[in-house]
Design a protein around this ligand. Structure first.
Ligand code: SDX
Length: 422
């Protein structure tokens, strides 16, 4: 919303005034749409660290106070009283579903949980060692070949069905990718199981060893998926909004989001955290690892620590740490890496190098320990992040197409050679 406040700028020998807008939580921005017209200048903000690329009503993050809310609801409350399907509906449609709406939405997810049978044979052609994130990105792109394209110009009904197909079928694809990687027959989704119970069953049920679905496992999976469901303009969501602005179909847009998320600095960090903890356990010294991290000539990072926005505890990390401890105790699982993680956290929080840089555990630091306890293999950890983030990506895509959005096309400052001739 515009305020009476103006930003006065003295540039190019003249003073200009720019409007200031304020968000519902008091964040302020200088509205720059007329800046180049008025001054002939552009702004340079590498990695967009100081730039808001849109106004959004979906998620609010306060990095200084460690606040995360979806459509106004604190995640601390949502994990206590809602399922991932409730939160997926909330993110996409703006409110929590009534019991009636929830029933219809769950039914829509169930009837769209099967992948086109011809797509199954794609898995047979993929090399066995292919990383599940690359398989997922490929298969989601392939949805555009099997189903009608959905983009800004599509009917609401088509967008609604494609939303359900992505949230539900991608879960089936992920489980199929896992089964294929271990050479076991795929397990189909069941109409009588909830979203998370279905996923666990598709992952771990087998004709010779029926999987017993544990309520504790279903509960903690709901918690993890809720906590990863959205996070405003993170790298992969900004990718989705950018690609979507070119009127690319929804499946290809989400496939691009998956690729962005697979990066080790983004969603790929949860797998790297476990590899880091194992290295520290093997070397038997946290200090030795920290020395590599502090050496600016060494690219080693403390994975699962630090965040572009959170300069205090990531609220998700706090919840996951607590839930992880409870779940492992309840299931009588003793994972030595949990102890290593706790020691690393304690050492980092008391080490000037990390404290001075406001580096705290982020969402990826403890999530891998929970996935291990659920029996999910490390190369599937980032796939779990992608399953969770789907409603967030789709919500942002739908918000973006609902606005008068121009194609995203930033400016640059050219620093190459001036004109020369052959
Ligand atoms: C996610 O954006 C989102 O919302 C993402 C996410 C979501 O839900 O979508 O929250 C999910 O991606 C979480 C982050 C997962 N990634 C990791 O855990 C990888 C390790 N973390 C870092 O790579 C890093 O902290 C980032 C990428 C997360 C943030 O990088 P920034 O904001 O660019 O940090 P920075 O480079 O400005 O850091 C400032 C200083 C630098 O040191 P100096 O140059 O000042 O000496 O802190 C250092 C950095 O080198 N630093 C780290 C570090 N993170 C930052 N040093 C060691 N280990 C780290 N992890």
């Amino acid at each position: 919303m515009e305020t009476t406040e103006k930003a006065k700028l003295y540039v190019g020998g003249k003073e200009i005034e720019l409007p200031v807008i304020v968000g519902t939580e008091g964040e302020k921005a200088i509205e720059m749409s007329q800046f180049r017209k008025q001054t002939g200048y552009v702004t340079l903000d590498r990695s967009l660290m100081n730039t808001a690329v849109c106004q959004s009503s979906i998620t609010f993050v306060d990095g200084e106070r460690g606040i995360l809310r979806y459509r106004g609801y604190p995640v601390e409350e949502l994990v206590k009283s809602n399922s991932f399907v409730d939160v997926a509906y909330l993110l996409v449609h703006g409110d929590l579903p009534t019991p009636e709406i929830k029933k219809d939405f769950s039914h829509l997810l169930n009837i769209n949980s099967l992948m086109h049978e011809d797509m199954r044979h794609f898995f047979d052609r993929l090399p066995r060692g292919a990383h599940p994130m690359h398989i997922l990105s490929t298969m989601i792109n392939a949805l555009a070949v099997f189903y009608p394209n959905v983009d800004q110009l599509s009917m609401d009904e088509d967008i609604k069905i494609s939303t359900a197909r992505l949230i539900s079928t991608v879960r089936t694809m992920a489980a199929f990718a896992y089964k294929k990687s271990i050479g076991e027959p795929v397990v189909y989704p069941r109409i009588d199981l909830s979203y998370c119970a279905n996923f666990l069953n598709m992952m771990f049920d087998s004709p010779v060893l029926p999987y017993r679905i544990s309520e504790d496992a279903v509960r903690i999976l709901n918690v993890l998926l809720i906590l990863h469901a959205d996070h405003e303009q993170n790298c992969s969501t900004t990718t989705v909004r950018t690609i979507g602005s070119a009127q690319v179909n929804l499946y290809a847009t989400i496939s691009a989001g998956i690729s962005a998320l697979s990066g080790p600095l983004h969603g790929g960090a949860n797998q790297q955290v476990v590899e880091m903890l194992r290295t520290i356990e093997r070397e038997g010294s946290i200090e030795k690892y920290f020395e590599r991290v502090k050496n600016h000539n060494d690219p080693t990072k403390l994975m699962g620590f630090g965040h572009r926005v959170y300069k205090t505890f990531d609220p998700r990390a706090k919840i996951i740490k607590e839930e992880c401890h409870k779940f492992l105790n309840k299931m009588n699982i003793n994972d030595p890496l949990l102890e290593v993680a706790r020691e690393v956290e304690k050492a980092a929080l008391n080490d000037e190098y990390f404290v001075k840089r406001n580096l705290y555990p982020n969402v990826d630091f403890y999530s891998g320990i929970v996935y291990r306890a659920l029996g999910i293999p490390e190369n599937m950890f980032t796939v779990m992040f992608a399953l969770a983030r789907l409603p967030g990506w789709i919500a942002h895509w739908r918000e973006m197409i609902g606005m008068e959005t121009k194609i995203v096309r930033p400016r640059q400052i050219y620093v190459g050679k001036t004109i020369r001739h052959t």
